[in-house]
Design a protein around this ligand. Structure first.
Ligand code: MCA
Length: 504
């Protein structure tokens, strides 16, 4: 059964049950019946805008009911949703809208002036629609007069792309990962089974919803099960701890930075979370210290799992059974994982470290308009190269041991050094730069730029320069100026040397 079959069943079974509740302003409670009706009306509205099957629809909206109606309507009608981080500045946005050949783009009304020329700048973009999110009635009144459209099975074939999410790589510009209806449904079913989602679950939702984690795993996981999702637009540790208690929440999903902040909250010592059914951690490696402290302070054993944009969730510690410190557990139902020697290409035995490769109905269809990159990301026999290193223990538990890709994970967000280096290179004072991640208690990794200058410039000026071109979480938190960057015989910057020298 697809996500929408589940949604229809829940709407029939308990129309008035709360599906979604936003607790921060503007607060709003949405029942299953209302959610389903609004998704249907939104489909009619999107159709009136000329959106057809396969069209890309961009959503640069903050976490909001409007984002949720639009997202579900887009994929239910067979169009392709393009969720975009609200933090992307115009430069980055133009690339995503242009590359995806986005037809209609939704943004917040506050950005109207900044974005009003986009339809002239991008040939495929027909319409920019600006939404006022301050009052939830504005959007619901707009869609009210439209009715559902016929979503015959033809529109929702499993191999149709439902969502494009941009991820970067070590070379070139970000690539659009095409995630199909089938990928989404398979991953939801696997997680439902593995984590024992229940109708009476109450999820406390603190993650952004323009990503796999917050959207496909947390929000859709809860709705697929017929549970209730309580959402806050911005993560706040004290509010989270208080609300988990007052709303009797049973499930929480977070990244290590979120879990660390919960432990650091002044309320931590007085709040017991042992009643909760499931608290997961993902998007970045969970430090042992956080895992152990969680047990001590909150009486909870965190369940660590592993996922990627291209594969959704792929491995997880068991819900029943040992949640092993430092490990990401076993392949989820339907997912196959193996460890391969990167140099020789042979499959490795237990306890040997190599690349983690994956296969299964969760694995994406390929990168948008990038057949070569798609081909490179799979082995000839169809296994996906994760670029992560790890091993499988004799008893089947997988443990990640690093990355073969040049990638920084900060607060659960992926940052690709070449993207930042490319922006720095545009500044006339910058001769060369190397962007590295240094271990950091708060963020997991802290993004640091090492710069070789042509002419003097201050850290402040460089930061401001980056601000117009990069989302804020990608902006280096530290700048170091060096006369020369260490390079190997081939002229490649030796980042390991810089890490040793500068990461303390
Ligand atoms: C915010 N900032 C960051 C980050 N987030 N800098 C580096 N890394 C970040 N992750 C910047 C802000 O722009 C701000 O900059 C300054 O740091 C302080 O912001 P603050 O208010 O403390 O941040 P926040 O809004 O509280 O956000 C922290 C956060 C958030 C809650 C940890 O980053 C977050 O929700 N992370 C989760 C991301 C996530 O869901 N990833 C899943 C990707 P300035 O002061 O200059 O304005 S999906 C995925 O990875 C796979 C599939 C998977 O397995 O899940």
């Amino acid at each position: 059964m697809s996500f929408f079959d589940h949604l229809d069943t829940h709407t029939n079974n308990f129309p008035n049950k709360t599906a979604i509740e936003f607790i921060d302003e503007p607060s709003i409670q949405i029942s299953y019946k209302e959610l389903n009706q609004r998704i249907n009306s939104t489909m009619g509205y999107l159709k009136s805008l000329g959106i057809l099957k396969g069209d890309r629809v961009g959503l640069q909206l903050p976490k909001s009911p409007e984002f949720i109606y639009l997202y579900f309507a887009i994929i239910r009608m067979g169009a392709i949703a393009l969720p975009l981080n609200p933090a992307y500045p115009k430069d980055e946005l133009i690339y995503f809208l242009g590359d995806s050949e986005c037809k209609v783009f939704f943004a917040i009304i506050d950005n109207q002036e900044k974005y009003q020329t986009l339809t002239h700048e991008l040939t495929s973009l027909e319409k920019c629609i600006f939404i006022d999110l301050k009052d939830p009635n504005v959007f619901t009144s707009l869609i009210k007069k439209y009715s559902a459209i016929d979503t015959s099975q033809f529109w929702n074939k499993e191999d149709n792309t439902a969502v494009i999410i941009y991820t970067s790589g070590t070379t070139g510009r970000p690539k659009g990962a095409q995630i199909t209806q089938g990928n989404l449904n398979a991953n939801l079913a696997a997680l439902y089974e593995a984590w024992g989602w229940r109708e009476d679950d109450i999820l406390f939702h603190v993650l952004p919803i323009f990503h796999v984690h917050g959207l496909f795993v947390a929000l859709k996981g809860a709705l697929y099960a017929g549970a209730t999702a309580i959402l806050t637009r911005k993560f706040d540790a004290d509010l989270t701890l208080d609300s988990i208690i007052s709303y009797h929440c049973s499930v929480l999903m977070g990244v290590p930075t979120i879990h660390r902040r919960l432990l650091a909250s002044a309320k931590a010592e007085t709040i017991d979370l042992s009643h909760m059914r499931l608290i997961t951690s993902g998007s970045d490696r969970l430090p042992d210290e956080t895992f152990l402290k969680y047990k001590d302070v909150f009486g909870q054993t965190l369940l660590e799992r592993y996922g990627m944009t291209e594969t959704g969730m792929n491995l997880s510690n068991p819900y029943d059974g040992e949640r092993r410190i430092g490990s990401v557990g076993f392949p989820l139902p339907g997912v196959e994982a193996r460890i391969v020697d990167l140099e020789m290409g042979n499959i490795l035995g237990n306890d040997e470290i190599g690349e983690v490769q994956l296969r299964g109905p969760n694995v994406f269809k390929g990168y948008w308009k990038q057949p070569e990159k798609t081909k490179e990301s799979f082995t000839p026999d169809g296994w996906f190269h994760t670029g992560d290193l790890g091993f499988r223990a004799t008893d089947g538990y997988f443990t990640l041991k690093g990355r073969s890709k040049d990638l920084i994970i900060s607060g659960g967000m992926n940052i690709y050094p070449p993207e930042v280096e490319r922006v720095l290179a545009e500044h006339p004072s910058v001769h060369a730069s190397a962007v590295i991640g240094c271990p950091d208690r708060e963020w997991g990794e802290r993004i640091v730029a090492v710069i070789q200058l042509n002419s003097p410039i201050s850290e402040e000026e460089l930061k401001n320069f980056c601000k117009n071109k990069l989302a804020s979480y990608k902006i280096p938190k530290g700048f170091y100026f060096q006369e020369n960057l260490p390079r190997n015989a081939l002229g490649k910057v030796q980042k390991e040397k810089l890490r040793k020298l500068l990461c303390k």
